[in-house]
Design a binder for this molecule. Structure first.
Ligand code: ATP
Ligand code: MG
Length: 386
């Protein structure tokens, strides 16, 4: 009999009456992820199983399942029938010849003549009879053989559990607007909120022709990597050029970043409302740069009423990089590029902006609403759905 892949899901059991909603979404997401891999999916209570797949595609199936939010872990299991001799034969093929071991049985088919303790003991004895160099260690064994007696006539044996992404099924927690730059942080911020179930819509600011089309392409590539986990991202690209030129012309140079970021937030809020997003997400981390001090964050927050989620706020750069490497965005993020924030960069950006003074500078610009309308009218929509 061919191998099967056992799929365990995580926190869903906490969801009481809404559990079906979460499970249905999770099933859809798994189906979508395994699309084209020619396998059968069985959705049981508490556990799902992938069956009848091509052995050559096993690694790819595991890789893809590892990217489905809401899954806790997977195991490749070998399969046999209920006959105890058959279970023993398969166990002997799997268990090593030396070292310590234990058997850990689980019996979801309650009518099976042996309960799990009896399976542990009888199977353990048969293994020891055939492999006398082995010893039993119930607490810290070198090897554990897991035995799962299923209701459908199958018994699964496995010895490894591969962790998956965890979190909640994608698409079960509303929508969030991700401010996606070409840097390291914002893709990680999107991943973290996507992992909690929120669907992502992405917004990127560029300053063409000060920033190159290649810089925008890089963001498209990053969004595509994020799509491995968050499969329905719509990427909006918007130009900040006119806004930056207006600020450059009319305001004090050291207010540049603060003022640009307030425009970014206002545009983000408009795009968020247009896309039914309940929050704005960014990759800020407290104190990382001048625009991420508490005062700077307050001055940008002040122009929006939607909640702003900053999942990286308490993280160090190396912690953020570790996640970026894990999800595959790091290599792309460190490719050289110009960000719109580097255009007209002041020598001494404000570290602790005072909102009253910021507003004073902003008033010098005059036509804020027109500038925002123009930027929004020029939005380019890039659909990355896969
Ligand atoms: P990142 O590595 O994500 O670029 P950063 O450390 O460079 O972050 P900032 O440039 O201050 O920090 O940006 C803070 C956050 O603002 C980013 O994480 C991102 O969410 C948003 N942001 C910055 N630049 C852009 C941009 N060009 N387009 C969209 N969002 C942006
Ligand atoms: Mg950046």
């Amino acid at each position: 009999m061919g191998n099967v892949i056992l799929i365990r899901f995580g926190e869903l059991y906490l969801k009481g009456k809404n559990k079906n909603f979460f499970e249905n979404k999770l099933k859809d997401n798994i189906r979508h992820k395994l699309d084209g891999l020619d396998c059968k999916l069985y959705f049981g209570r508490g556990r799902y199983v992938v069956k009848e797949y091509d052995a050559n595609k096993e690694c790819e199936i595991l890789r893809r399942l590892g990217m489905v939010f809401g899954l806790h872990s997977v195991s490749v299991a070998r399969r046999c029938g209920y006959e105890f001799d058959e279970i023993v034969r398969l166990a002997l093929e799997m268990v090593p010849d030396t070292g310590s071991f234990r058997v850990s049985a689980h019996r979801s088919y309650k009518k099976y003549p042996l309960d799990s303790m009896q399976i542990n003991r009888r199977l353990g004895e048969c293994i020891l009879d055939n492999k006398p160099s082995l010893s039993v260690d119930l607490h810290k064994p070198d090897y554990t053989l897991y035995v799962d007696v299923r209701e459908d006539g199958d018994v699964y044996l496995y010895d490894k559990t591969i962790p998956c992404a965890g979190g909640m099924p994608y698409g079960t927690a509303g929508k969030g607007l991700l401010l996606l730059s070409g840097g390291i942080d914002s893709p990680v911020a999107g991943y973290m909120i996507g992992k909690r179930g929120a669907e992502l819509v992405a917004l990127h600011f560029h300053s063409f022709p000060y920033t190159s089309p290649a810089a925008k392409e890089k963001v498209v590539d990053l969004a595509k990597i994020l799509c491995d986990f968050c499969p329905t991202i719509k990427l909006h690209a918007v130009s900040l050029t006119k806004i930056q030129e207006a600020i450059h012309e009319k305001c004090k140079p050291n207010y540049m970043i603060t003022l640009v970021r307030r425009f970014m937030m206002r545009i983000a809020e408009r795009v968020a409302y247009e896309n039914s997003c309940g929050c704005i997400i960014n990759g800020e981390s407290l104190g990382q740069v001048a625009s991420q001090t508490m005062e700077s964050i307050n001055s940008t927050n002040a122009v929006v009423s939607l909640p702003v989620f900053r999942p990286l706020i308490g993280m160090d750069k190396d912690e953020i990089i570790a996640i970026a490497e894990k999800i595959g965005t790091f290599k792309k993020s460190i490719e050289p590029y110009e960000d719109c924030c580097t255009v007209f960069l002041p020598e001494f950006p404000l570290i602790k902006p005072e909102i009253a003074k910021v507003e004073e500078q902003e008033n010098l610009i005059g036509n804020i609403d027109t500038l925002i309308d123009e930027a929004i009218n020029g939005i380019e929509l890039i659909d990355l759905s896969i």
